[in-house]
Design a protein around this ligand. Structure first.
Ligand SMILES: [Zn+2]
Length: 144
């Protein structure tokens, strides 16, 4: 399971998706791992894909490093990557699967007509190398 520490953090991610429409946006989910992953910070990264930014993203490596450093400074880690699917469902694509790293959570937001529609989180099953859906919990909690 992956959990957003509060609604504000979740909304920050959604805002980035809406703002970037009709292009795919991407960023890092930063936080801690307890019995489950807790997302405490959202870090936006540039999508460097110029050819098909409506359906592809290519995360800026420099942004990734900056995000990793921010995580380390806060005694946190990069838990995964979020990106948007403008006018497409929140299902992981074959491209997403091939680019996926083990243990990372891949949160995909479906943004339809510049509005948030739905989201799902995907984790690679290391045995089958297929994506498995991971439950997202956005219940508000005071002390995680
Ligand atoms: Zn995708």
């Amino acid at each position: 399971m992956i959990k957003f520490i509060d609604q504000v953090t979740c909304d920050q991610m959604i805002e980035i998706g809406i703002k970037g429409y009709p292009f795919e946006i991407c960023g890092l989910l930063i936080g801690t791992v307890k019995e489950y992953k807790v997302v405490e910070k959202i870090f936006e990264c540039k999508n460097l894909n110029k050819l098909k930014p409506e359906t592809r993203y290519e995360m800026d490596g420099k942004d990734y490093i900056n995000g990793e450093q921010l995580a380390a400074k806060n005694h946190m880690q990069v838990l995964g990557i979020f990106h948007s699917h403008p006018d497409h469902p929140d299902m992981a694509s074959e491209t997403d699967r091939q680019a996926a790293w083990p243990e990372f959570s891949y949160v995909i937001m479906s943004i339809q007509n510049q509005k948030f529609f739905s989201m799902k989180s995907w984790v690679l099953n290391e045995k089958t190398m297929q994506f498995q859906e991971e439950k997202i919990d956005i219940t508000l909690t005071e002390n995680v």
